[in-house]
Design a protein around this ligand. Structure first.
Ligand code: HEC
Length: 182
């Protein structure tokens, strides 16, 4: 048929190209068909064999304490002592994550705090007398009404550093009157 005749040069050209590729680039030509290359490799296929024995100690035997709700959080014990390093880290993290609303002083004068719902004053007895675990709970899960949770952006240890900072250094220590030294 005419149409076949007209295709012949095309096929001849393809064969010539393949032959050329096979000679000029043996690597590429050998690899055909390339769609199987990734499959045909000496790796384990799913379910092919039992998984290797698990080495000792790779599954953590300790974990975080489960707390049911805010009331339950008071029993959380801080694993981070309020050392100078902890307080410094806590201050830096407080300024990064909390000060935009609560302000550097903790009284709520942060730029966002001024426009948003007024944040709780962190220097009052209400907050200062709270259990550490309660403040940790607020950072992790958010406030009573509208404060967002920071559990997904502040690392666990940093949350405790922030708690240490709020409890120990956020409220300036009262200056000792000179007469008190008598
Ligand atoms: C986007 C603004 C905003 C940021 C950022 C923010 N807070 Fe708050 N926070 C609030 C507001 C508003 C309230 C009061 C309403 C509420 O409890 O939801 C509040 C309340 C609180 C309370 C009191 C909760 C209670 O038990 O009554 C604590 C403690 C607190 N924040 C700590 C923090 C700490 C620590 C950070 C930083 C990790 C932080 N907040 C970051 C807005 C913010």
């Amino acid at each position: 048929m005419r149409s076949n005749v007209s295709k012949r040069p095309n096929i001849t050209a393809k064969l010539a190209l393949s032959a050329f590729l096979a000679v000029a680039t043996p690597g590429i030509a050998d690899a055909m068909p390339w769609s199987w290359d990734m499959f045909s490799q000496p790796s384990y296929k799913a379910q092919e064999d039992l998984p290797p024995a698990r080495p000792e100690g790779v599954v953590p035997a300790s974990g975080r304490t489960y707390v049911k709700d805010r009331a339950d959080s008071a029993r959380l014990k801080s694993p981070v002592e309020p050392t100078t390093a902890s307080l410094e880290r806590g201050e830096a993290m407080y300024k990064r994550y909390c000060a935009p609303c609560h302000g550097d002083t903790g009284k709520g004068e942060g730029l966002v705090g001024q426009k948003y719902v007024a944040p709780t004053d962190l220097t009052t007895d209400y907050v200062q007398k709270k259990a550490n675990g309660d403040i940790y709970f607020t950072i992790t899960n958010g406030g009573l009404a509208i404060m967002p949770s920071y559990g997904d952006s502040v690392a666990e240890a940093d949350r405790w550093h922030i708690v240490n900072y709020i409890k120990n250094n956020l409220v300036p220590k009262a200056a000792v009157p000179v007469s008190a030294s008598k």
